[in-house]
Design a protein around this ligand. Structure first.
Ligand code: SF4
Length: 233
């Protein structure tokens, strides 16, 4: 007898290896849009930042850190300096001490200084507004670039964090082996109308229904279009 889909790996692949059809993806996003909160003031994530430089630094700090610790580290650091120039004036150990709550603080302090140096020397201190430009910055990958584009510049981009990645690949919205590949596939497959709020719907869905351990498959409102449930339910 097949295992019940109660405990599953972080990235279970659909049994068929195929994702959902365009029609099914449309249905799934439609249902998510009806049940999950979108880009509203209450749905904003902790990384939401109106200041692009602060948003970038917060992203750097968020690696392997809980949101609450990232927020504490960002607040402490920006109490000391708020611009790339001012941050470069800080000794590296002062940066490390300020960001200690988020872990890996020595490496992250070095990366922050590299980021500031690049911003000043190559970009006149201005944070780029394109994914390509953002990904040229030291330490900034696709996830951080998309978070800045979405949260700070308000672009219709589905940034892929751990929840979005897990949910997308369980359902079959994507069939990807890395988060970056999930992001690329969502960009191709998600309907245009779903790209503004898609990140928020998927995150909330991943936190409330399709949770990492013991997802609520039996009562899930998309289980009739879920590749994982079809394979195991
Ligand atoms: S049925 Fe729903 S909760 Fe279960 S794996 Fe699929 S999307 Fe997640």
């Amino acid at each position: 007898m097949a295992d019940k889909p109660t405990l599953m790996a972080a990235r279970p692949m659909p049994a068929s290896g195929n994702g959902l059809s365009a029609e099914e993806i449309e249905i799934v996003f439609r249902r998510l849009s009806e049940r999950m909160p979108g880009r509203t003031p209450t749905a904003k994530g902790p990384k939401d930042q109106p200041n692009p430089f602060r948003s970038l630094v917060s992203c750097l700090l968020s690696a392997q850190s809980r949101d609450v610790n990232t927020a504490a580290a960002t607040t402490a650091l920006f109490a000391l300096a708020t611009t790339p120039e001012a941050m470069l004036d800080l000794p590296e150990d002062a940066i490390a001490a300020a960001i200690k709550p988020c872990g890996l603080y020595n490496v992250k302090a070095k990366n922050i200084r590299r980021l500031c140096r690049f911003l000043i020397d190559d970009l006149g201190g201005v944070v780029p507004r394109t994914r390509e430009g953002l990904m040229r910055l030291p330490g900034i990958g696709r996830k951080c670039a998309d978070i800045v584009l979405s949260f700070t510049f308000g672009e219709d981009v589905i940034a892929v964090d751990t929840h979005v990645d897990r949910v997308s690949n369980r359902i079959g919205l994507t069939v990807a082996s890395t988060a970056d590949e999930t992001a690329r596939q969502l960009e191709d497959r998600a309907p245009r109308w779903a790209r503004c709020d898609g990140h928020f719907w998927l995150i909330q869905f991943g936190k409330s229904v399709c949770v990492a351990r013991r997802p609520k498959c039996e009562t899930c409102f998309v289980n009739d279009h879920c590749r994982y449930f079809a394979a195991t339910g």
